[in-house]
Design a protein around this ligand. Structure first.
Ligand code: SF4
Ligand code: SF4
Length: 501
């Protein structure tokens, strides 16, 4: 089902569902539910409850399938009341990760060593206590817990050693905690390499190298108890959710791909957001702020309709052969199939107009309302330079290129280099271009992944040219950051085939 659209001067007005589905448990899900209290909220999760008046809770609930797009999702949920379909305009994911003491700490198995989060359960008077945070825990959630617990033990009379790699001493609120710890006599000991721990039955022998005294032997200490900092690891639910939602994960399996444009709360799919530990240990302390950011993004849906800019792709269904190439390349899942009518549709609410689908379509059935922008329309230029509007074009705009370059460059801005198909590149060469160069986003900086498509096409064409005995330099790809124009110019200098007069 596709929502009706109404053309406005500034774009298209589309009806959207103001309800939001929050999935998960713990402080992240609670923060999201609180922040979204202006919306009708479906809270699905192990411990979901009616936290605010607008919440409908589905305790022990689990999502089985998801259909639709931003503005009009349909979600099949299994809960204590059986299976039901819920409707909403946005989805917030906050599943709980698994807590574990990282293997990288290299600790022996010992009854004297406990996970940090168990510290509250351990009585402590007159003990020598050590806290040990691993290298991956640099100033995150567990650092704050550890310092608080260290202070508690110090106040009860324990001698406390606090081993760490990095502390956020300048962070708001943390500085005061750190000072309090110093005043109580806690020894904060910085590590550059792992702490060495030996269990001797009733005591732990510790040794470490002080980075300020590298010329000296390892310093020996003893402790009767050691609390090891933990870290979060994605549970199997993370990969199930990612597959269900069509969202990308990072290299560890947390629910946000390493892409600067997704920070802090977006995923590759418009309308689906993540927060807190769903993104990894480092984000545990930011869940409330991120919940506010999500509420800000979803606030326009409260009126029941939103304005979308006129940049989305259109499909001419009569030209579509239902080959599904576009369906597979669109990482926004903006393309849906209509098997009955033997065509595909682009959902304007999910499409960000990158044009990758149009470049892949073998029948030219997809068009974008924004044509490529000819920046230097003089004819007879010999190097065709396609630059992405979000990276290459912005970098080029800040440069004053040498005159002999300008005389030979035919510059065109495109919504994404993924929009430049192999046929366009080959046609440029056939039409007499000496070289075709694509300036696109760095890995992790492209919203739709069109940079990868463009690079793959360039590589493929290079191989074909080489196999025909033609120089592979005729087609080049350059990754560019919009705020690094000089890097752009240097990279261009290395690849451009400029002819001297
Ligand atoms: S590939 Fe890009 S232009 Fe095509 S439907 Fe997806 S987001 Fe829109
Ligand atoms: S790539 Fe073109 S022909 Fe293939 S399904 Fe998409 S619109 Fe239809």
């Amino acid at each position: 089902m596709h929502a009706p659209f109404f053309k406005q001067e500034a774009g298209w007005l589309s009806p959207v569902n103001p309800a939001v589905l929050v999935f998960g448990e713990g402080s992240g899900a609670e923060a999201a539910v609180q922040a979204l209290q202006a919306h009708p909220v479906h809270w699905v999760g192990e411990n979901a409850w009616a936290l605010t008046e607008t919440v409908r809770a589905y305790p022990r609930g689990m999502m089985l399938s998801v259909r639709g797009q931003r503005g009009h999702f349909h979600i099949e949920v299994q809960g204590t009341q059986g299976v039901q379909w819920l409707e909403c305009g946005g989805i917030v994911l906050s599943p709980s990760p698994i807590l574990e003491v990282p293997y990288s700490l290299g600790l022996p198995v010992s009854p004297l060593i406990h996970p940090l989060t168990h510290a509250q359960r351990i009585p402590a008077v007159g003990q020598q206590v050590a806290f040990y945070l691993g290298e991956e825990e640099s100033g995150g959630f567990f650092t704050v817990i550890a310092v608080r617990e260290a202070i508690r033990f110090a106040e009860m009379g324990s001698k406390v050693y606090f081993f760490f790699y990095d502390l956020p001493v300048a962070a708001e609120g943390f500085e005061a905690l750190y000072e309090q710890g110093l005043k109580l006599g806690i020894s904060f000991l910085r590590l550059l390499q792992p702490l060495h721990v030996v269990d001797e039955g009733n005591i732990l022998r510790l040794s470490f190298r002080d980075p300020m005294l590298p010329q000296f032997e390892a310093i020996p200490l003893t402790a009767e108890i050691l609390f090891a900092g933990e870290r979060f690891r994605p549970s199997p639910e993370f990969s199930r959710l990612a597959e269900l939602m069509g969202i990308q994960t990072d290299s560890e399996g947390f629910l946000q791909a390493d892409n600067v444009l997704y920070f802090p709360i977006r995923t590759n799919r418009p309308g689906i957001y993540v927060l807190g530990t769903a993104k990894g240990s480092a984000y545990s302390l930011q869940a409330s702020l991120e919940a506010q950011a999500i509420a800000g993004e979803l606030a326009p849906c409260l009126t029941g309709e939103i304005l979308i800019p006129d940049g989305f792709a259109r499909v001419n269904s009569e030209m579509c052969s239902l080959c599904l190439s576009c369906y597979h390349v669109c990482n926004q899942r903006a393309i849906t199939l209509d098997l009955e009518k033997k065509t595909v549709y682009v959902d304007p609410l999910a499409c960000h107009g990158c044009g990758v689908c149009a470049a892949e379509c073998p029948t030219m059935a997809i068009t974008l309302p924004r044509p490529a922008q000819d920046l230097n329309p003089h004819t007879g230029k010999k190097i065709r330079l396609y630059s992405c509007e979000n990276s290459g074009y912005l970098a080029l705009r800040s440069l004053n290129l040498p005159v002999e370059w300008k005389d030979q460059l035919d510059m065109i801005a495109v919504p994404c280099t993924g929009d430049v198909g192999s046929l366009s590149i080959l046609k440029d060469l056939a039409d007499g271009a000496r070289q075709v160069v694509l300036l696109g986003c760095h890995e992790g900086n492209c919203l739709g992944g069109g940079n990868r498509q463009a690079q793959a096409r360039v590589l493929e064409i290079k191989e074909k040219l080489q196999s025909m005995g033609i120089s592979a330099r005729k087609v080049e790809w350059i990754a560019v950051a919009p705020n690094a124009p000089w890097e752009c110019q240097n990279a261009l200098r290395k690849v451009l085939d400029i002819k001297r007069n």
